[in-house]
Design a protein around this ligand. Structure first.
Ligand code: DX5
Ligand code: ZN
Length: 214
């Protein structure tokens, strides 16, 4: 699978509807929604009020990435706010299973995420329990960072585990993705690439999305 999920973190919030409509026209299949709480990560982005216009105007699935402590308190509200998938960080919780169950009970797809300093093998026990895993290729918290090259080895490792076990779990890569590394990431087993600045800072965002797919 080859999906581009532009992150609205890099959108123009003064003209969010225009940017959403651009994404609707584009070849991007999903829209990535970065929620930061200022505690799990040293930055605050946005929350439920921004889910409203996204849900109202976007014609594409909303892929919600929670960078928050205590995701168990909020996952159901994000499901109700129109999330198509909800992901949270493995290292933010003691036991992800009950939280995954809360999301599944809402009929929403699940995603487990890890930061670059978390051993990728910690995902192994959950590969058959989630719809998707998200490997951060920068430290969660800010757009516009540089891709960490070691992510490629982790991607190959997870892809190999998924294939060997005959699973359909998707792999998403998030952080520093651009027109130069997208093809390599897809070739190494990524299914979904998140791209914030590479899309919204491009002269032609729609063209940038097209190039990442080709
Ligand atoms: C970072 C977020 C990313 C971010 C990606 O914490 O999870 O989704 O928006 O931005 P770029 O593509 O600019 O690295
Ligand atoms: Zn993200």
């Amino acid at each position: 699978m080859k999906i581009i999920a532009p992150s609205v973190l890099s959108a123009d919030f003064g003209d969010l509807r225009r940017d959403i409509e651009m994404l609707n026209r584009s070849e991007a299949e999903w829209i990535h929604v970065d929620v930061m709480d200022g505690t799990f990560v040293p930055n605050i982005s946005f929350g439920f009020p921004v889910m409203e216009p996204l849900h109202k105007y976007a014609t594409k699935p909303l892929d919600v990435h929670l960078m928050i402590v205590h995701p168990e308190k909020y996952v159901e509200r994000f499901c109700d706010a129109g999330a198509w998938s909800v992901g949270f960080h493995l290292e933010a919780v003691d036991d992800p299973m009950p939280i995954l169950d809360l999301i599944k009970a809402k009929g929403v797809r699940t995603c487990l995420t890890i930061n670059p300093d978390i051993d990728v093998k910690r995902l192994d026990p959950y590969l058959d329990k989630v719809d998707m895993v998200l490997l951060m290729s920068v430290f969660a918290g800010f757009g516009g960072q540089k891709f960490i090259p070691e992510t490629m080895d982790k991607l190959r490792y997870v892809k190999q585990q998924i294939t060997a076990r005959g699973l359909n779990t998707l792999i998403e890569i998030d952080g520093g993705v651009n027109v130069d590394n997208a093809a390599d990431l897809f070739a190494n087993g990524a299914d979904v690439l998140v791209a914030g600045s590479a899309v919204f800072k491009a002269e032609s965002p729609e063209q940038a999305i097209h190039q990442m797919l080709n």
